[in-house]
Design a binder for this molecule. Structure first.
Ligand code: FO1
Length: 329
């Protein structure tokens, strides 16, 4: 159902770059307005990790569960109405329970891991992450294309005052409290965007940078060889929605990372971070005073609106405003 958008917009091929919870919310809003075959979500996989013998892809699962209407509304990750029997038994064995795996969520990790292992069979038995993600999301009734940014292993290592931490240990085990010195995407040099990612970026009529963490959710996608060049070469409008509102991140470590990386905690820093790629930037009303700086110093057209997505209606409204803003660029 394409809602009551003017027809030119609902015929746009929209490509959204997303990471965790914030990105998934806007992707869901866009999915309410566009025909399913007009929305592609390219998702960060640098948060992936091996845990208890399972390949876990948190951002892919957050986007998939959100589009399937299954996501836990409180956390944004994992599945709603979840049970935790496996975790309780794990605790009896004094096994690792720092990364909480729900009983329903576990089915996703078990199947993904088994299908990927089959991929390690002789070449041509390919079950790469792109195939696995398409199968799982189709089986959950998701009709939009959810694309891992790459099928190659890329892992975010956060270099902190506690030493180098794999992303999930930094984010969950250490609750993102260690001070960040630098961020590394291990394996990025020899990784490639998938063919699906390359063609969706080339064919997209609009590229949306969702309000995800710029440094650990969108940067891994942009750091893949050729991706920045393909986005820069595209004549489609590129619109970013700010993940920073009133000097703070709505969720997670983005603001704290900015401070620790020596940047001013402001939407202007985010706009500058993507500057060479952006046509438009969506700023929250609380930061309206920064509009001229972004518009004139950075030369990026700016839309000021309410960017905080609390209820589902906010997600759809923001998605509609992004599409209508893009149509004017
Ligand atoms: N985040 C947490 O803060 N605590 C957890 O125990 C946790 C478990 C978890 C399990 C599956 C999954 O897909 C995501 C999970 N997350 C958890 C969120 C995850 O760490 C983040 O969503 C991303 O990696 C960053 O966006």
């Amino acid at each position: 159902m394409t809602g009551n958008l003017q027809s030119p917009i609902s015929n746009l091929n929209v490509v959204a770059l997303a990471g965790g919870v914030g990105g998934a919310k806007l992707a869901w809003g866009l999915a309410q307005l566009l025909p399913p075959d007009r929305l592609t979500i390219i998702v960060n996989t640098a948060d992936d990790f091996e845990h208890l013998g399972l390949h876990i892809s948190p951002d892919l699962d957050t986007v998939m569960y959100t589009l399937a209407g299954l996501a836990n509304p409180e956390t944004g990750w994992g599945i709603r109405d979840e049970s935790w029997n496996m975790m309780e038994m794990m605790a009896r064995y004094d096994g690792p329970t720092w990364f909480r795996l729900g009983d329903r969520d576990l089915a996703t990790h078990l199947l993904r891991s088994q299908w990927l292992r089959a991929h390690r069979a002789p070449p041509g038995q390919g079950f790469p992450l792109t195939w696995v993600t398409r199968e799982l999301s189709k089986l959950l009734g998701v009709r939009q294309a959810i694309l891992p940014m790459t099928d190659d292993p890329v892992r975010t290592i956060v270099h902190t005052d506690e030493g180098p931490l794999p992303f999930q240990e930094y984010f969950v085990l250490w609750r993102w409290q260690p001070v960040v010195r630098s961020i590394q995407f291990k394996g990025i040099e020899s990784a490639h965007p998938t063919q699906d990612v390359v063609s969706s970026l080339r064919e997209g009529d609009l590229i949306v940078f969702c309000p995800s963490n710029p440094f650990v959710s969108l940067d891994p996608i942009l750091a893949l060889p050729a991706v920045r060049r393909i986005i820069a070469a595209s004549r489609a409008p590129k619109v970013a929605v700010t993940p920073i509102v009133g000097g703070r991140a709505l969720k997670g470590p983005a603001a704290k990372m900015m401070r620790e990386l020596g940047m001013e905690v402001s939407p202007v820093s985010v706009a500058r971070h993507y500057q060479d790629l952006l046509t438009g930037f969506v700023l929250d009303r609380q930061d309206e005073n920064l509009k001229t700086e972004i518009a004139f110093d950075l030369g990026i057209r700016t839309l000021v609106t309410d960017t905080v997505m609390t209820a589902d209606a906010d997600r759809v409204r923001l998605a509609r405003e992004v599409l209508e803003f893009a149509a004017r660029l």
